[in-house]
Write a protein that binds this ligand. Structure first.
Ligand code: CTP
Length: 395
């Protein structure tokens, strides 16, 4: 998404300006051309030299810079930007943008550009909650500005409240989402499930499995980055909710069924990457079970099959975690659940499957075509699966 894109990164006078250095670094590493524009106040916190060194590109801060290669710096920046990101954005710059004031390189660039603008506010909680700021933000949102954050937490004053710059992963996720808005899944609604369900035994115990949720989260992010609106139905995982994705947190298979069926009512495709428990205890004990007996039996009942219950006109993609006869077992599941695609992996390999950041999968379609992918990062696997979903949606 980001490679070869020109991103104008506006940095304004907040203590969070130091976090913009990391953002500039990450974007540069991902192959973006990052043109940093600093306000005067921002330079009190971080120097232009820092950004110059990180991005390898000139940093704009002066309206009338005789050394600039462009005759009118802000016009050149505005024209070549694929995206403008202001992080951190102070209450002051937000107010100026809302009023159309253009009195420095950054505000002139924003007023001049046709590129999308992302704003990541950072300020003291009272300034953020002030109705003037809230009205300014609402006004900018109406005009298509995309806001990310602020986060809630410890502020520079030591107080706790809203006003922290959004987490870098959320800013990066929003950047990818905005750059991918016109992608091949634009206008599509995709439902993804992820994680391993937990079936309650009593108030403190459950039956679980080893799914980390990484594959499902990668699919949700990849679909978002291709323009889809994504609902991610997630069983408990250690992963942060991805930016720009509607996340529905569930615990049990029954909760997942309800959430998935509700979300897929208006969806185009359902990708069930979750490891859904096939069984649940017949009844969860209301009180914690004490160790009073030598042996204990749990009676388990079958959980409903979510994929099988989903609408037949959806593109439905299942996942098969196998430890033997991978292709044959996966094919049986594809046919048994009448799926469009099944993605199978061998969970006995240490570099793919549970918990790993990479995966080696085999994708089988309805026609019986088998495609074996090499070991790839899960995000790349996600894109390969979505390539097939896009083809099915347009075919
Ligand atoms: N799945 C589902 N609802 C369930 C169980 C599984 O929708 N109650 C989905 C999973 O999300 C996955 C696929 O079905 O996409 C896996 O199929 P399944 O036959 O349940 O796989 P296993 O549980 O691995 O089957 P088995 O234990 O028989 O190998």
């Amino acid at each position: 998404m980001v490679r070869d894109k020109t991103i104008v990164l506006g940095v304004t006078g907040s203590i969070a300006a130091y976090k913009a250095v990391e953002l500039a670094s990450k974007l540069t590493q991902e192959g973006a051309r990052v043109d940093v524009v600093m306000t005067k106040a921002a330079q009190q916190f971080v120097t232009p030299l820092t950004f110059r060194t990180i991005t390898g590109r000139p940093v704009a801060s002066e309206m009338f810079d005789l050394a600039s290669e462009f005759s009118i710096e802000h016009v050149a920046l505005a024209e070549r930007a694929d995206l403008v990101v202001i992080a951190p954005a102070t209450a002051n710059v937000i107010a100026k943008l809302a009023a159309g004031i253009a009195d420095d390189v950054l505000t002139c660039t924003v007023l001049d550009t046709k590129a999308p603008v992302i704003v990541a506010p950072a300020m003291h909680a009272n300034m953020y909650q002030n109705r003037i700021t809230q009205e300014n933000i609402a006004r900018l949102k109406e005009r298509g500005f995309v806001f990310v954050g602020p986060g809630y937490g410890r502020l520079a004053t030591g107080e706790v409240g809203p006003g922290r710059l959004a987490e870098l992963d959320d800013i990066l996720g929003t950047i990818r989402q905005v750059l991918g808005r016109e992608g091949d899944l634009a206008g599509r609604r995709i439902v993804v499930s992820a994680g391993g369900t937990q079936e309650l035994i009593d108030p403190v115990r459950h039956i679980g499995n080893r799914s980390s949720g990484k594959m499902g989260y990668a699919i949700a992010e990849a679909a978002r980055d291709r323009g889809a609106s994504v609902v991610l139905v997630s069983a408990p995982t250690a992963l942060a909710p991805p930016a720009g994705v509607e996340v529905v947190q569930v615990q049990t298979a029954l909760q997942m069924r309800d959430a998935v069926l509700k979300a897929s009512a208006k969806a185009d495709a359902l990708l069930m990457a979750a490891a859904v428990s096939d069984y649940r205890p017949k009844a969860a004990a209301r009180k914690k079970i004490k160790k009073e007996v030598e042996t204990l039996s749990l009676e388990l009942v079958r959980n409903p099959d979510i994929l099988a219950e989903a609408r037949g006109d959806l593109i439905r993609v299942g996942f098969a975690a196998e430890s033997e006869d991978v292709v044959e077992n996966a094919r049986k599941k594809l046919e048994g659940k009448n799926l469009d695609l099944i993605v199978a992996n061998d969970i006995t390999a240490s570099d793919s499957g549970f918990g790993a950041d990479t995966n080696r999968v085999i994708i089988i379609d309805r026609q019986g075509k088998v495609e074996s992918l090499p070991l790839l990062p899960k995000l790349e696997v996600a894109h390969r699966i979505l390539d097939k979903v896009v083809a099915l949606l347009s075919g």
